[in-house]
Design a protein around this ligand. Structure first.
Ligand code: AMP
Length: 349
């Protein structure tokens, strides 16, 4: 999606990926190799004006040597801050962005101490390498502790107080090399099993949007950020509580391809290439549905008015994001109806 956004601008992408059949290989040249292979990274950097990433678990240490050869955008500091849930929360707190009460956990005794201090229910998570709900265990009562520990126990965990949220929302914005910032409308996200299922945007909530923008701006400015950044929040008692940030284009912004004047992918490309940012004005009421584990019937979906279909060309696997669709409607009510209609054809496996 980033490469496709680059073409009309005259920007050409090359990808580094472990698999020859990676989605990017359908639309751009691909270097095959491990994402942290120094030789492959050096080859990528030597042939590029700028290097970016759409997966935030690549190690900062692997990227550091490339900085002598080319620009790495977003900055490595943002990548590294987002890789560890504890440092991420420390950054948020330092910038006066509310987070769930939490504690670092490296042993079962520390977990019990954290539960005594913070209370139940809570979630035990791995601090690093967690995404799409992987490496998480909900602890409802003390009886769950042993099972949680046997599943994901070890060093490098975090225990968080469970947030009784009314909504999950995300804000996405882009910051240019010159320091200009644009914000997309707030999006409301529905997760299940830790995986994003669908998003609606714009999500009406002027006060929440103002505060989400202010939080995003503080993070971007603190990190001297360049590119697209997303922050996910819980809405608890009408207030935002930050869950995590993603220093990359974000799944909850896929709707912007059809739903905004300039998509998140194009604005990411513009930002990292030192170009001016484009308008984030929404073109209607959008909904995005992820295709997870299996693809829905294409012809059936395409009969739905205002629906755009995206097949990433991946091999189906349970829990794998294989594509998405976006519905764009003139009125929020029509968007809601089309979303309900489309959801009937989508099976998540
Ligand atoms: P994460 O990997 O942190 O994005 O978590 C995935 C999903 O799990 C979130 O989108 C929430 O739906 C849920 N979740 C994570 N942390 C919490 C929490 N502290 N309280 C309630 N739900 C949570």
């Amino acid at each position: 999606m980033m490469a496709l956004a680059g073409y009309p601008l005259g920007v050409r992408c090359t990808f580094l990926d472990r698999a020859a059949d990676a989605p990017g290989a359908q639309v751009a040249p691909i270097l095959l190799g491990d994402l942290e292979d120094p030789a492959r990274l050096a080859e990528l950097a030597a042939g590029s004006d700028v290097v970016t990433f759409d997966w935030e678990n690549i190690s900062g240490a692997a990227l550091a040597p490339l900085e002598r050869v080319t620009a790495i955008r977003p900055p490595r500091a943002a990548l590294e801050a987002s890789q560890d849930r504890l440092t991420e929360k420390a950054l948020f707190s330092r910038l006066r962005i509310p987070v769930a009460p939490h504690a670092a956990v490296d042993s079962e005794a520390q977990l019990l101490a954290a539960i005594r201090r913070l209370g139940l229910p809570g979630i035990l998570k791995t601090r690093r390498m967690g995404y799409d709900g992987k490496g998480q265990f909900v602890i409802g009562t003390l009886d769950d502790v042993d099972l949680a520990w046997s599943r994901i126990g070890g060093a490098g965990l975090i225990y968080e107080r469970f947030q009784r949220f009314s909504r999950e929302v995300s804000i996405i914005g882009a910051r240019s090399v010159a320091g200009d910032i644009v914000y997309y409308p707030l999006a409301a996200n529905t997760h299940s099993g830790g995986i994003l299922r669908h998003t609606v945007a714009p999500f009406a909530g002027a006060a929440l949007e103002r505060s989400a923008r202010a939080h995003l701006k503080r993070v971007m400015q603190a990190l001297d950020y360049v590119g697209v950044l997303a922050i996910e929040f819980f809405v608890v008692d009408g207030r935002l509580v930050a869950n995590e940030m993603a220093p990359r284009v974000h799944n909850s912004g896929h709707w912007t391809i059809e739903g905004c004047v300039t998509s998140q992918f194009e604005n990411h490309v513009r930002a990292i290439c030192g170009l001016p940012l484009g308008s984030t004005r929404p073109l209607g009421h959008a909904a995005m549905i992820n295709f997870i584990g299996s693809m829905p019937d294409r012809a059936r979906m395409l009969r739905i008015e205002g629906l755009a279909f995206h097949d990433y060309g991946k091999q189906p696997r349970p829990g794998r994001k294989l594509g998405h669709c976006t519905i764009l409607a003139g009125r929020a009510k029509d968007r809601g109806q089309a979303l309900m209609h489309a959801l009937r054809f989508v099976e998540w496996t």
